[in-house]
Design a binder for this molecule. Structure first.
Ligand SMILES: Nc1ncnc2c1ncn2[C@@H]1O[C@H](COP(=O)(O)OP(=O)(O)OP(=O)(O)O)[C@@H](O)[C@H]1O
Ligand SMILES: Cc1ncsc1CCO
Ligand SMILES: [Mg+2]
Length: 287
């Protein structure tokens, strides 16, 4: 288990390594937020590559440093592409990040998520807390879970100070069972590799009011874990995203602007990520 001091001490080196690596981040993702994901990857220091035709995927994964699979807007051909990429990624020891958008809502999303989790090594799963609880239920770690209205979190699931410990325990158990790293997002985020559990209390309540802050986060988790390890790479990604959200909110308030400008500022401040701010302005605890 790693302690808080070491995590903070490593941030500057990890962020430098992520930028030096400039990870080729292969994303199979939804068409709603695909452009934001590509820009977020560029802003954190990765190199995005959005490819999904089956014919080229083995070649793409062969050169990729990481594969990000987002199930936000599935089609039959896209599901086939996800499996081809996942298989090749495991053969080439390329890490896979899964964003299980809307799992729990439809059978197709449940089947696709569990097929990927059960048949391939997944380095990290990043979802909102309702999605993570849906996976816990499908995996037999949780008896009952709320159903999301769509791709957004169910209000009853939101991680608060009061339910933090229970959620942390559940997600740790799930990460350990699935042998992966899990980042569950919300007002407070929980990150665990099944051993160390970290809570992150940063970000802004305007973040869920734009579509894609979660998809962007999953994409940059990809670039960051390719240049670091899953736990510490995911920590850099969530801190960079949340602190960018805080700065973007301050900016729109100062200028009497709204969520459209917030979305643009979020990318601006991801680009402006500084190790010193990640260390000094982060609000993390080891649970
Ligand atoms: N109320 C909030 N306060 C502070 N930060 C938040 C809040 N809600 C979400 N966030 C942050 O927003 C980012 C995205 O998390 P969220 O849980 O909204 O993802 P999501 O539901 O998968 O989003 P999407 O599917 O629209 O891309 C994370 O960095 C998270 O910490
Ligand atoms: C709104 C929406 N619908 C399918 S994917 C997506 C992006 C947020 O997950
Ligand atoms: Mg999402």
């Amino acid at each position: 288990m790693i302690n808080k001091e070491t995590l903070l001490d490593n941030i500057e080196k990890n962020l430098n390594d992520i930028r030096d690596k400039n990870a080729l981040t292969h994303c199979i993702t939804n068409s709603v937020t695909i452009n934001d994901c590509a820009n977020a990857v560029l802003a954190i220091g990765g190199s995005p590559f959005m490819a999904e035709d089956a014919e080229e995927l083995e070649e793409v994964v062969t050169i990729a440093d990481v594969v990000v699979i987002n199930i936000g807007k599935l089609s039959k051909s896209q599901i086939e592409s996800m499996k081809i990429s996942a298989k090749k990624a495991n053969e080439t020891s390329t890490p896979i990040v899964l964003d299980p958008v809307g799992v729990g809502v439809t059978n197709l999303r449940n089947r696709t998520t569990m097929d990927l989790i059960e048949n391939y090594d997944i380095a990290a799963i990043r979802g909102n807390i309702t999605e993570i609880k849906a996976i816990a239920k499908l995996s037999g770690v949780l008896d009952e879970s709320n159903t999301a209205k769509g791709v957004d979190v169910n209000a009853d699931d939101i991680i608060t100070e009061e339910n933090l410990k229970d959620n942390a325990y559940l997600i740790k158990e799930l990460a350990s069972r699935l042998n992966t790293t899990i980042l569950a997002s919300g007002p407070i985020d929980i990150l665990t590799d099944g051993e160390t559990v970290i809570s992150i209390d940063n970000g802004d309540d305007m973040m869920p009011l734009i579509t894609g802050s979660g998809c962007m986060l999953s994409s940059i988790v990809g670039s960051c874990i390719a240049g670091s390890n899953p736990l510490e790479g995911s920590l850099i990604a969530i801190l960079a995203m949340n602190l960018a959200g805080e700065k973007a909110r301050a900016k729109v308030d100062e200028r009497d602007e709204g969520t459209g400008s917030f979305r643009a500022y979020l990318i601006d401040y991801l680009y402006r990520t500084e190790a010193e701010r990640l260390v000094n302005e982060s609000n993390i605890e080891i649970l």
